[in-house]
Design a protein around this ligand. Structure first.
Ligand SMILES: C[S@@+](CC[C@H](N)C(=O)[O-])C[C@H]1O[C@@H](n2cnc3c(N)ncnc32)[C@H](O)[C@@H]1O
Length: 466
């Protein structure tokens, strides 16, 4: 028997009323089938612990308890906790989510019930255009890509028709959401929960999961020599997303088919506020036959660092155009990337201190951060030279604000519009910065810094003195 009562943990567990959520002791999670004698099944979540969230279902009648006690979940939640955690971490599965695609969520009961407030759960019809062609239940028109084997890269998605900047490629919901706090459990407990989370999914999603590639340090593929095939699939494929300001890892099997490029042609964002949906869009024209790619890392790093990270975390030698060019060309690229970093740092400091009247008081660098429209234009040009469409939205945002600060209304509008266009593809339709830029595009004079640099020339000196 691998379950031991632990009085310290017992105190941490009242959240799950009636639950005995103390498990410790060694076991091999991969050998475990769902075995209810070893698992904790909370009858329901006690109302006092889910304030601000939808109330849990009322306590069922005694005779119904076995069948309905874990509604709205479709399998009984299972939990672990330890003395370092304030709440138990459990697996919650809703196999009916997103028209039967299903979702397993590994988190605390409080956070899981908070997720039930999201429109993705409260208005499931809103997801009707999501997961199209990725879910066997859907028979919609053909997607703009097909899955193909690509020599040296495994599978990848190839465009089957021309996609223009801003065109949606697909949108999907996660089959697994894993709260980063799950890694505060003992490794075998985390593995147990992830194992169960996958086992609880509907067959189609479970099959999709097992088709994912798993790269682990000790195995180069998803072969049976992989000591933890679930964990390696998660680390190879999961996207880090923030939901209600909590870090999660999301598994999205179709997005996982996208290979990396240091100059990708597509970008993605996770709409965590409403639909728990991952959107992928083209960021430049993609021609039929061309592979659709995203970036796995920040490409604003020199080539040797990018290659190192890709090798270490995803096990491949990067041979994209930015990695494989002649050393003379990659040297130029590295220098541009360095300059991007330097300009961004300066513009970000200027932006951050924008609303601060006492801006010089605590400034270690004594000071004033000088920026000019030419500087913002150069940043944009560097992104264009590097073909980094993923980060360029931020450069447009800086430019819009700098132009407005110099009182150059139509330059500000132009860049604010571009910041909105690119920002929506990279950060989401309702992202804070996107909304700020929408406001600036509509009325640059309402911007907080409107005209505040007008007294300065483009070269950065005071007008009349420079
Ligand atoms: C998220 S998966 C992408 C889909 C994968 N190609 C497959 O067949 O499942 C990540 C893995 O794809 C491969 N991969 C991704 N981008 C690559 C690239 N640019 N060159 C070579 N292999 C790549 C690596 O094996 C990496 O660990």
């Amino acid at each position: 028997d691998t379950i031991h009562q632990n009085p310290i943990i017992a105190e941490a567990c009242p959240l799950l009323s009636h639950a005995q959520c103390h498990i410790s002791g060694p076991f091999n999670p991969l050998e475990l089938e769902v075995n209810t004698s070893q698992i904790i099944t909370p009858p329901y979540v006690s109302q006092s612990h889910v304030q601000d969230n939808p109330p849990p279902p009322p306590a069922p009648e005694e005779e119904d308890l076995k069948e309905t006690d874990y509604s709205p979940w479709t399998t009984p939640p299972q939990c672990f906790t330890n003395a370092n955690l304030t709440s138990p971490i459990c697996v919650f599965t809703d196999a009916t989510f997103a028209s039967g695609r299903g979702i397993s969520i590994i988190t605390t009961a409080e956070r899981a019930y908070a997720l039930l407030n999201k429109p993705a759960f409260t208005h499931p019809d809103l997801l009707s255009s999501v997961n199209i062609n990725q879910n066997q239940n859907h028979t919609h028109s053909a997607p703009p890509y097909e899955l193909r084997n690509i020599p040296g890269r495994g599978r990848g998605l190839i465009a089957t028709r021309t996609l223009h900047r801003g065109d949606p490629i697909f949108a999907s919901t996660p089959i697994l959401l894993l709260d980063a706090a799950a890694y505060d459990l003992a490794p075998n407990e985390t593995s147990f929960l992830t194992n169960l989370a996958i086992a609880n999914l509907p067959t189609a999603s479970r099959v999709q999961f097992w088709k994912l590639l798993g790269h682990s340090a000790s195995s180069s593929s998803s072969s049976s020599s992989d000591p933890n095939p679930i964990e390696s699939r998660i680390t190879t494929n999961a996207f880090q997303v923030s939901i209600n300001d909590v870090e999660h890892y999301a598994l999205l099997p179709t997005t996982s088919m996208l290979n990396h490029d240091c100059r990708p042609n597509a970008d993605y964002f996770f709409d965590s506020a409403t639909l728990l949906t991952h959107h992928v869009h083209a960021t430049r024209t993609i021609y039929p036959g061309e592979e659709i790619t995203i970036t796995y890392i920040s490409n604003e790093k020199p080539r040797h660092k990018r290659r190192q990270m890709l090798k270490q975390n995803w096990g491949f030698e990067c041979k994209c155009s930015a990695c494989a060019a002649h050393p003379a060309l990659t040297k130029e690229s590295d220098e541009r990337v360095m300059q991007i970093g330097m300009l961004k740092k300066r513009l970000r400091r200027w932006e951050e201190r924008g609303g601060d009247d006492d801006e010089n008081e605590d400034d270690e660098d004594d000071g004033e951060v000088r920026v000019t429209p030419a500087m913002a234009d150069t940043l944009i040009s560097l992104y264009e030279q590097e073909r980094l469409w993923t980060g360029i939205g931020e450069a447009y945002r800086f430019a819009a604000q700098v132009y407005a600060a110099f009182g150059r209304e139509w330059g500000a509008v132009r860049y604010a519009r571009l910041a909105v266009e690119f920002g929506m593809l990279a950060r989401g339709f309702y992202d804070e910065d996107v909304l700020l830029m929408k406001g600036l595009a509509a009325d640059p004079r309402s911007f907080w810094g409107w005209g505040r640099e007008v007294a300065r020339t483009e070269e950065g000196s005071e007008a009349g003195r420079g």
